[in-house]
Design a binder for this molecule. Structure first.
Ligand code: FES
Length: 165
């Protein structure tokens, strides 16, 4: 199921783990990346096979961690922190502003598939709160104006370009 390039990474990874089940988390990361940012039952089963564990075990581990997703994210996945330090400087208002602008609630994706929002616990950027992660890039010291600007830029970014918010 993995592309030939990713399969090479999988093989290298498995060769470093004499006990296959210990490779579960890195394999889930690779699987999610390979499947456009989310895991479905086919990938859960495939990872289970590779790790020689049951699909139920893989599901149990994957659902414990917030970084694994079980629905397709938008092209731009906005992960907004509303944990206490961010909360004290406007994290919830930032989330509300995003929800209002995009017309969706956290946990959902816009109809055009461009944006999805997820509410997060601390993302490790407390010194630059309020903060969020857009795909894999941090965007910090957020304000409603900064959000508006960012959404405009992302919405007009040609599809083939990478995100660097
Ligand atoms: S509480 Fe928001 S980044 Fe830590």
């Amino acid at each position: 199921m993995f592309s030939p390039e990713t399969q090479q990474q999988v093989d290298r990874l498995l060769s470093r783990y004499p006990i296959r089940r210990n490779a579960l988390l890195p394999l889930l990361h690779l699987a999610q990346k390979e499947n456009q940012g989310w895991l479905d039952s086919r990938w859960v089963n495939h990872v289970a096979e590779l790790c020689e564990v049951s699909p139920t075990h893989v599901e149990g581990v994957a659902t414990f961690y917030t970084m694994f997703r079980f629905r397709p994210p938008g092209k731009y996945h906005l992960q907004v922190c509303t944990c206490v330090p961010c909360c004290l400087v406007g994290g919830p208002e930032i989330l509300e502003h995003l929800e209002h602008k995009l017309g969706i609630h956290a946990g959902h994706t816009t109809k055009d598939g461009l944006f999805s929002i997820e509410e997060m616990e601390c993302i490790g950027a407390c010194s630059y709160a309020p903060a969020m992660i857009v795909n894999e890039d941090y965007v910090e010291q957020l304000t409603p104006e900064k959000i508006d600007q960012l959404l405009d830029t992302l919405a007009t970014t040609p599809q083939e370009q990478e995100t660097h918010a």
